[in-house]
Design a protein around this ligand. Structure first.
Ligand code: FAD
Ligand code: NA7
Length: 541
């Protein structure tokens, strides 16, 4: 099959990750460019996010027809789905189908964690070391490590003394039994909300440990008719054109109407229609254009949802606990009848901001007030060390041995969301300062840019490429400026690293949307990569 073109290297490229990003990279470089590639994933098979997140209720909140690759018309026409959104088993099934279709597994070594990636100043190659003790060399290093993939598992006092089962949603144990059990869920982000809804009807008792109350609108996961699906399949050219020129890439037109100047009647009618339609990003970006930027508009949307909570939740004390106190500016959540769960007799809500978790005991969780919750199973829905978590877990070194951990000690940095200074021939998929969207179209955009860049390198016989510090700093500054025009930095969430101690308010995303992002990275390529240093002499200047 493929032979290595790079002299003295084991492979032309090493690709880490077998999710949407890694799989597409293998296809682009191996099948389109004939490069010799080797992929690694610590998982036992393909799927990435959808391999690991097998908790009950796991579902994508991007609509089925646009939570997939766009690049292959054949795959698009083969697409199968029954409902407006895809469940985890359906997405995993799809990823397996893609891997089968392009015979991608033969380029992967699964069950293998990459522990170190060192750039060798002498050979100009990447040395990639795994937990199996092997080291391979390659000219290019591509990381599709996932931005929501390194699990965040708070280390509560006494956790090892707990006699029941503890699970994290992002590393779900196959043998997990929730039926008839006393289950505790810590966390109420989009994962927590999903697992809470799925667990309440099957558990003997469910206790939710809530630190922050959340804004949750309905998802509207209705069955989808064969006619609708056929129409979507017939219109894919137009659909992807719209998605890739839009802001959030969710398949709907973002609103251009400000809520700030709309009347109370208009606001309520628009919000009510969106509530009936379903979709978290739709509620935030499809209703009005200024909910994420204007405090007045944000208050209006938040007020609408708060009113719904008081209408849905029967016990006013619980309704009050479920009512968010901060602004509506985290990743928007959606799920069917979330607040209604708290009307059930077998569900208890514990406010762990007012009364924090003191410790785990052998039989459950004790709060600071002394209140004890007896539990058989505790589910950590505590999210991820987002964006750079999987990078700093690898011993990554660039020119002159400079470490990524040192470079990113004040927060992760990325040029175009894909590259970093002093790390030659290194490309990140969904790296720091990349787009904040429905992700498959952004992943494809990046992988295509990376593949085109590598193709250019090979055609011109280039040795190395890396961004200048000035270009990197300018891009990070631009991301900061754009982010500061929005309300997102004002809410504490993983989007700005607020969920990890020491990562407070670092810029992790380019918030100007996929259309603008495609324009920006396309201009770098079309302008002849003026912002890059080529074939830089080895050793740090
Ligand atoms: P991932 O799918 O995260 O794959 C990364 C892979 O890298 C993993 O398999 C991991 O094992 C591997 N890896 C990491 N480090 C190493 C290492 N050191 N050595 C070897 N292998 C390693 N996005 C949306 O757009 N819409 C949604 O509705 C949506 N829902 C989500 C729901 C959940 C519960 C989660 C967790 C995420 C969701 N996302 C959603 C985000 C989702 O992660 C992306 O859409 C997409 O799947 C990311 O693909 P990826 O290939 O970049 O990374
Ligand atoms: P999130 O959105 O980061 O949510 C994590 C939740 O866990 C959130 O409610 C946190 O409370 C809570 N949390 C975290 N640490 C603790 C501790 N120590 N004690 C109590 N509660 C805690 O992660 P998800 O997995 O739900 O979703 C991440 C993304 O994946 C999501 O946006 C989708 O794109 C898929 P907080 O709100 O910080 O007070």
């Amino acid at each position: 099959s493929e032979t290595t073109k790079t002299k003295g290297a084991d492979y032309d490229a090493v690709i880490i990750g077998a999710g949407f990003g890694g799989l597409y990279s293998v296809y682009k470089l191996r099948d389109e460019q004939g490069l010799n590639v080797l992929g690694f994933d610590s998982a036992g098979d393909v799927g990435g996010t959808w391999y690991w997140n097998r908790y009950p209720g796991a579902v994508s909140d991007t609509e089925s027809y646009v939570y997939r690759y766009s690049f292959s018309g054949e795959l698009l026409q083969k697409g199968r789905w029954k409902t407006r959104y895809l469940t985890q088993p359906e997405i995993l099934d799809y990823m397996n189908e893609v891997a089968d279709h392009y015979d991608l597994r033969r380029s992967y070594q699964f069950g293998t964690k990459v522990t170190a990636t060192h750039f060798d100043d002498v050979t100009g190659l990447w040395k990639v070391t795994t937990d199996k003790g092997q080291t391979v060399t390659a000219k290019y290093l591509i990381t599709g490590l996932g931005l929501l993939s390194a699990v965040n598992k708070p280390n509560f006092k006494g956790i090892d003394s707990f006699k029941g089962q503890i699970m994290h949603t992002g590393a779900w144990a196959q043998d997990a039994q929730l039926e008839g059990k006393r289950v505790g869920v810590i966390g109420t982000g989009s994962t927590g909300v999903q697992v809470i809804i799925a667990t309440a009807p099957i558990a003997k008792h469910l206790t939710v440990f809530q630190r922050s109350a959340q804004y949750v609108v309905p998802i509207g996961n209705t069955p989808q008719s064969a006619e609708v699906i056929a129409e979507q399949k017939a219109n894919y050219d137009d659909i992807w054109k719209q998605v890739k020129s839009s802001v959030v890439a969710f398949g709907f037109e973002e609103s251009t109407i400000p809520a700030e100047t709309a009347s109370e009647e208009v606001r309520n009618a628009v919000f009510e229609a969106a509530w009936q339609r379903g979709g978290g990003f739709y509620f935030m970006f499809g209703t009005f254009c200024d909910i994420a930027t204007s405090q007045i508009a944000n208050d209006a949307a938040a007020g609408f949802i708060k009113k719904k909570i008081t209408e849905i939740v029967k016990d006013p004390a619980i309704a009050k606990m479920l009512t968010p106190k901060d602004i509506y500016a985290k990743r928007p959540l959606c799920a069917n009848n979330y607040y209604g769960v708290y009307n059930r007799d077998n569900v208890t809500l514990a406010d762990v901001k007012a009364d924090p978790i003191a410790e785990f005991t052998p039989t459950g969780i004790r709060l600071e007030s002394g209140a004890e919750h007896e539990l058989d199973v505790v589910i950590f829905a505590t999210g991820f060390d987002a964006v750079d978590g999987n990078y700093t877990r690898i011993d990554m070194r660039g020119r002159g041995g400079v470490t990524m951990r040192e470079k990113w000690k004040d927060g992760p940095l990325g040029y175009l969301g894909m590259m970093e200074t002093d790390f030659p021939n290194f490309f990140m998929i969904l790296g720091p300062n990349g787009p904040f969207t429905n992700l498959p179209p952004s992943i494809e955009t990046q992988v295509e840019w990376i593949a085109e860049t590598i193709e250019m390198m090979e055609a011109k016989g280039r040795v190395s490429i890396e961004p200048t510090e000035a270009a990197r700093d300018e891009w990070v500054g631009l991301c900061r400026t754009i982010a500061d025009m929005t309300l997102f930095p004002k809410a504490e969430s993983w989007i700005f690293g607020a969920n990890s101690p020491g990562k407070k308010n670092v810029v992790m995303f380019y918030m100007a949307g996929l259309g603008n992002y495609r324009g920006a990275i396309g201009a770098v390529k079309d302008g002849g990569y003026q912002t890059m240093i080529f074939d830089r002499a080895n050793a740090l200047a």
